[in-house]
Design a protein around this ligand. Sequence first.
Ligand code: MN
Ligand code: MN
Length: 313
Amino acid sequence: MGKQTVLPSGRVQPRFAGICTFLRVPRLSDVTPANSPVDWAIYGVPFDGGVTFRPGARFGPRAVRDASQYIKPYSIELGVNVAERWSVADAGDAPVLPYSCKETMESVVRFARGLGDVQTRLLAIGGDHSIAYANMRAVWEKRGKKALAVVHFDAHMDTVDSVWGEKWGHASPFIRAIEEGIVDPKAMISIGIRGTLNTAADLDFAKQHGVTIVTMDEWRRNGAATLAAFVARTKGRETYLTFDVDAVDPAFAPGTGTPVAGGFTSAEALAAVRSLRGTNLVGADIVEVLPDRDVSEITAMLAAQLMLDVMAV
Ligand code: MN
Ligand code: MN
């Protein structure tokens, strides 16, 4: 464990003042060697070149950082003060190449694997879901290339081989990660899946490779128990959490690019993430926040709260 995180007091420097980092944590470049290595490095990936529908998630990192200013480090439900438990720093944004998914992935992997040391956990703010591939790959490379367990919240499986010939877009991060051995599909659970597909064959890859799929209806019936059983089965394993905000119902998360009716409420999503308490999380991402479609920062606020809870579990 590294040292704690020094946050400016909201009573001295108001939360609406100052340069905006996530949760007002220090910039990674300002963390002195005495404080290093950081336990969590947060970084943005302002990239939405991989979307299949509405663009705009490139503005997600700024919106989530802005919405995080009023988030405080102590989680009431988990009884954990993230700033006392972890050393956290904001590394700014990864370099992206807006016209190329593949080159952006390579650039983000190079940037992310160089953050902190091998133990530093990586928390990426998207960006569209394509960036999950890059963050997972960076985590996997840092930690000696052992296949990761994955908890995946999403309305979609994101295991489509390619769309319009693009193999690195936001419909494909998990097929690529499974193909490359970054993710162990038998230790992957996808939760919140719902709505419609072009064809049922879109589910075949995940099913054939042993991914546990929890549709939204199944979540309502027995999902928490299924997730608890998954957590017990993968206990101690290095686990990656990927959270696509479209797992949440558009009534609670309107600011996203490929919304699907019938998802989690905000409270249910937060409770589901908190139920991962004790999981050996080594990396995470929150993706698909699209501020132009957001209303009163509902979606960005939820994403910021989810990020705090990810570090608290
Ligand atoms: Mn997704
Ligand atoms: Mn999705």
